[in-house]
Design a protein around this ligand. Structure first.
Ligand code: SF4
Length: 507
């Protein structure tokens, strides 16, 4: 990912590169959902305009990161790069894309917290080696970034960013310079990294796609029809299948946990680099982060989320006049809930589709009303009605409270909230920006206390068995740590303390 590691203070950005978004800009927080950290994209497509492929791939993955975007292309041994703060559509135009020729491309969308809005942290990370340049795009988060940084600094390697992603690139470049091939060096670097990493790495000789041994973040492979019909092989790598769809690429398969794929003019080769891969895909990708039109395990997440809603209706029935979802991510589960409960599904909230991140502070009265920047309640639908509102998760509870208040102001007689995931009680260390545990409402209050805090007549969360049943799998294949605290990759004590409420150690 791209989260700055806490050694940021010792690492300097090139001042000339710092964008117009100031570090101190106070971004307006309209939504207390966890934030996805990154989208990655890569293609080996000699017959295509690879920069445009990356542009549209990243465009489809924009929901995974909105702070910066970058594309690097390889034209033989020449590397072309453009990275900047902003949305994909703001960072690139035809003229810029025309200056990024090549046969291989790597692209990245990044989300990061306020305070690290620096273009020097934008990816792909680029490093020079004895074999030429490498460009690395990372989704996930390393839990051993501090140790890895110390190890690399002990070898007198310098960093130019504050990201853990660059550390993987440095470790790989180090191994290349020590005489290893691209793939050997990548594996040497992966073995030093702990945590979540789905990676796309471009080199002058080929494209690498790889996932950590648990495959916590997704990565898929697609094939592109060759417009030249000359039999050349064209492959695409992307965080989600929605980025293949936009290009007309065909889904081939997922990169497996602990796998490395190497794509060259000779085709795609694969090796399992991890000794004991153990799939632990982030279940929050399915519940909320990934786009509903992306496929996971052979079906769209829209279908999966409808199933979550059906399960939720069985676990938490209620008498009501209408069921509505919180746009957009709560809608498929609300439709599933309505289907099983027999209560009519209606839209009670209309989303302002063009609201994004803004650094302009609203007026005090707008701030108090909060939710209306993003969602506007439909008075004539809601007046006098007993309403079931389905959302995908509650993090701090602040947005839910504003939402419920807005529904009541619009005339709802009763508001019953149903959540299509279990209570979020633990923070994420694997690339999702969740609050520390003391900010998570379900880690600190009982169910009746949460209901009172957000102002609902009743509240029901999906159970953990219900969530897994809807996934049509057992819990061996998912990371569920947000809901259970059962972290699949050990989190070092210091990092744990930064986000978890730990028992006081007795001396
Ligand atoms: S802790 Fe939660 S958000 Fe993080 S990887 Fe695990 S399930 Fe996903």
């Amino acid at each position: 990912m791209s989260h700055p590691t806490s050694f940021g203070a010792i690492l300097a950005c090139d001042a000339a590169q710092v964008s117009t978004v100031s570090d101190s800009a106070d971004e307006v927080d309209f939504w207390d959902k966890p934030q996805e950290a990154c989208g990655v994209f890569g293609a080996y497509a000699p017959s295509e305009d690879v920069a445009k492929l990356a542009y549209f791939g990243l465009f489809a993955l924009q929901h995974r990161g909105q702070e910066s975007a970058g594309i690097v292309t390889f034209e033989g041994t020449t590397l072309h790069s453009h990275k900047q703060m902003g949305l994909v559509s703001q960072v690139f135009n035809e003229e810029i894309l025309d200056q990024l020729p090549g046969a291989i491309v790597v692209g990245h969308n990044r989300y990061s917290t306020t305070g690290s809005s620096k273009v020097c942290n934008a990816q792909p990370a680029i490093l020079q080696t004895r074999l030429g340049a490498l460009a690395l795009a990372h989704n996930g988060n390393l839990v051993n970034a501090l140790t890895l940084r110390d190890d690399l600094m002990a070898k007198e390697h310098a960093t130019t960013t504050t990201t853990d992603s660059e550390l993987i690139a440095i470790a790989m470049a180090d191994a290349v310079n020590a005489g290893q091939s691209w793939c050997e060096a990548a594996i040497t670097a992966f073995k030093q990294a702990q945590g979540a990493f789905s990676l796309v790495i471009g080199t002058p000789d080929g494209l690498i796609g790889a996932r950590d041994p648990n495959g916590i973040r997704p990565l898929v492979i697609g094939t592109l029809k060759d417009p030249a019909q000359d039999g050349s092989i064209q492959y695409v790598l992307a965080s989600e299948t929605c980025a293949l769809d936009i290009l007309g690429a065909t889904y081939l398969r997922d990169v497996a946990p602990g796998e490395l794929v190497w794509i060259t003019p000779e085709g795609l080769t694969s090796q399992l680099w991890a000794a004991q891969p153990e799939p632990k895909l982030c279940i929050f990708e399915l519940i909320y982060f990934a786009r509903p039109d992306s496929d996971f395990h052979g079906e769209s997440l829209y279908t999966y989320r409808m199933r979550l809603g059906r399960q939720l209706a069985q676990e938490h029935p209620i008498e009501a006049d209408l069921v509505m979802g919180v746009p957009d991510s709560g809608i498929p589960a609300a439709i599933g809930y309505a289907e099983v409960s027999g209560i009519a599904y209606m839209e009670g909230l209309i989303k302002n589709r063009y609201v994004g991140r803004t650094f302009i502070q609203p007026t005090q009265s707008m701030r108090e009303d909060g939710i209306r920047m993003k969602l506007n309640p439909l008075r004539d639908v809601l007046t006098g009605k007993r309403v079931v509102v389905v959302d995908d998760s509650i993090v701090r509870g602040t947005t839910s409270r504003k939402l419920v208040s807005a529904l009541r102001k619009a005339g709802a007689k009763e508001v019953h909230m149903r959540i299509s995931s279990p209570p979020v009680t633990h923070p994420c260390f694997y690339g999702i920006d969740t609050d520390s545990q003391d900010q998570l409402v379900a880690a600190n209050l009982t169910l009746p206390e949460i209901a009172e805090k957000i102002g609902v007549d009743s509240l029901g969360y999906l159970s953990i068995p219900g969530m897994l049943q809807a996934a049509q799998d057992d819990d061996r294949n998912f990371c569920n740590a947000c809901f259970t605290g059962d972290y699949p990759v050990d989190v070092p004590e210091g990092l744990k303390r930064s986000k978890l409420k730990l028992e006081k150690v007795s001396h």
